[in-house]
Design a protein around this ligand. Structure first.
Ligand code: ADP
Length: 551
């Protein structure tokens, strides 16, 4: 066998800290603007963020945070949350971003499963944690993300003020060097059944993702322009912006807590943001506000839409205003960017209508991500735009399993090492991906997941319920909302209000079904499973008008 000849190039481990170091030297003055909960606008830049991250890193080392320790955040998008991304991962600890919109049960599970040592908290989430103190470790340290004068009274143990902590750390730090596979971030995503599953990113996967995202997602001429990440920092790394913006010298505007159309319009307009990123629900809100004002926000040039399918009306209305819409697809498990719909030559020359047709697809894969579609037996299908199959992905930015979860890890990866997305899709000859359905039993509402199976398992314990199914019904604003279909036990007729009350303790309010309908029996597939497909067809036009369906 011939011997492989090695190239004569240096090999330095890829590290997240180098991203911020780069921005500090190349783009020191580029601004990071944050809308704070108080309404104030805070301004800083990459130089100061770098200094503060080092101070925080030193302070965390003083708190005995070491390699591999999980340090959590429960926070809105702000400069503090941004600098934590670097302070935590930079010292080889794991930045565990927690989604505060999850149900209490899921929140407690995640904190315990991750074994968080420190939790950074925005003040608005103190109550959320206080309610569950008896269910989590008493040793966790809580850092309140505020000034010393803003620290409120609370029942939290081991409380530290963020600004006190940062000021206790020296800015003198050489970021440690460790192998590039060292874990850097942890983000839990909804499991179809049971518990959320943790995706554990590495320094290597994160830096590679930052590189590929910065060349494919925002306009590559966006250097120095402003980006508004409405997608939360607790949602799949805010689609990678915290890492790709410093690489491209893009300025960031963090929106804080208010994400309604009016607040977003005001931010975009005031700071003349060029590129804004978020789920379709957010853009519908903005569209209403633009219609109300009669003019688009100053400077808005492009919108990155993902998380759920961008409808035609949304794309075409923004395109008509001169805003380029880029539709992207990905998952927490794919870092998340896996495909993007920015049109290139020759598609840019197509008539408007045909361009919108293409933009409604989920785009083409990004470099480094392989896609395949397979039938139910695992046979690979042709990528001809006709065949539809289960979508699998592979690449350096794709999860190969879940944190401390052997069963879920095994179930996710096929025998050839591909990750099963749970999406159903076709891929055409020019590489455009079109998602047609979802095999995972989940409902996506406003960019967040609801597990149908969890709702079903809970309601099945109700004494008057014989059988049930929860399905996704298309919804104009939220994309999908859950509908509960109940087969009552003989002689029973449980009131819908009563059924919903039954679910209340175990689910967040927004996860509860918007409607309840009754059936004598449920349809079944050939293999004896409830046929969600036929139920979804039957109820696709279901009208959730309040009061009409809830007795
Ligand atoms: P995120 O919501 O940040 O994309 P999640 O891991 O919560 O990440 O959800 C990923 C799933 O969301 C995908 O598997 C797919 O079902 C759905 N999804 C994401 N982007 C799109 C899109 N552009 N069109 C349709 N569905 C999408």
């Amino acid at each position: 066998m011939e011997e492989n000849m090695e190239g004569m190039m240096m090999n330095m481990p890829l590290r997240i800290s180098s991203i911020l170091e780069f921005a500090k030297t190349s783009y020191p003055e580029v601004e990071i603007i944050s809308k704070m909960s108080s309404g104030e606008v805070h301004r800083t830049n990459y130089r100061d963020i770098s200094i503060r991250s080092k101070k925080m890193a030193n302070a965390l080392l003083e708190l005995k945070v070491s390699l591999g320790d999980r340090v959590a955040t429960i926070a809105w998008n702000s400069y503090r949350h941004f600098e934590l991304y670097f302070a935590i991962s930079g010292i080889g600890a794991v930045c565990h971003t927690i989604n505060p919109r999850l149900s209490s049960e899921q929140l407690v599970y995640i904190i315990n499963h991750a074994e968080d040592k420190v939790i950074f908290l925005d003040l608005s989430f103190i109550k959320l944690i206080e309610a569950h103190l008896d269910q989590i470790s008493p040793h966790i340290k809580f850092v309140l993300m505020c000034e010393p004068s803003e620290v409120p009274d609370s029942n939290l143990p081991n409380v530290i003020c963020y600004e006190d902590l940062i000021n206790s750390g020296s800015e003198d730090l050489v970021w440690p060097v460790f192998p590039e596979d060292t874990a850097s971030g942890l983000c839990y995503t909804s499991g179809t059944t049971g518990k959320p599953k943790g995706v554990l990113y590495s320094n290597r996967s994160t830096v590679l993702h930052a590189l590929l995202a910065s060349v494919t997602l925002p306009d590559s001429f966006a250097v120095g322009r402003k980006i508004l990440p409405i997608v939360p920092l607790f949602h799949a790394n805010a689609w990678g912006i915290p890492y790709s913006a410093p690489l491209t010298g893009s300025s960031l505007v963090f929106p804080g807590q208010s994400l309604d159309g009016k607040s977003i319009y005001q931010l975009l307009d005031q700071f003349e943001v060029f590129s804004a990123w978020g789920v379709p629900t957010v853009w519908f809100g903005l569209l209403d506000e633009i219609k109300h004002k009669g003019v688009k926000p100053k400077g808005l040039g492009e919108m990155i839409v993902g998380g759920s399918a961008a409808p035609r009306s949304l794309i075409s209305e923004f395109e008509k205003m001169g805003v380029t819409v880029v539709h992207a697809w990905g998952m927490t498990e794919t870092s998340p960017l896996a495909s993007t719909g920015r049109l290139t030559i020759p598609y840019t020359a197509l008539p408007e209508d045909q361009k919108i047709d293409l933009k409604m697809k989920q785009g083409r894969k990004v470099f480094g991500v392989d896609l395949k579609i397979v039938d139910d037996e695992g046979n690979e299908l042709p990528q001809d735009g006709e065949n539809v199959g289960n979508l699998f992905v592979r690449g350096n930015t794709i999860a190969k399993g879940y944190f401390n979860n052997e069963d879920a890890s095994k179930a996710a990866i096929d025998k050839d090492g591909w990750f099963e997305t749970g999406d159903v899709a076709s891929i055409d000859k020019e590489g455009f991906l079109t998602l047609t359905d979802r095999s995972k039993d989940l409902i996506k509402s406003g960019g967040e997941w609801i597990s149908s199976i969890d709702l079903e398992n809970c309601i099945m314990n109700h004494p008057e319920v014989e059988n049930c199914a929860v399905i996704a019904v298309p919804h104009e604003k939220w994309y999908e909302r859950p509908l509960l279909i109940v087969v009552p036990k003989a002689g029973c007729m449980p009131e819908s209000k009563n059924l919903l009350e039954y679910l209340e303790g175990s689910f967040a309010k927004w996860q509860l079904p918007d409607g309840v309908v009754y059936e004598e029996e449920l349809p079944f597939t050939a293999t004896g499973k409830v046929s969600k497909l036929s139920l979804r067809k039957k109820y696709e036009d279901f009208n959730f008008k309040k009061g009409k369906n809830i007795k």
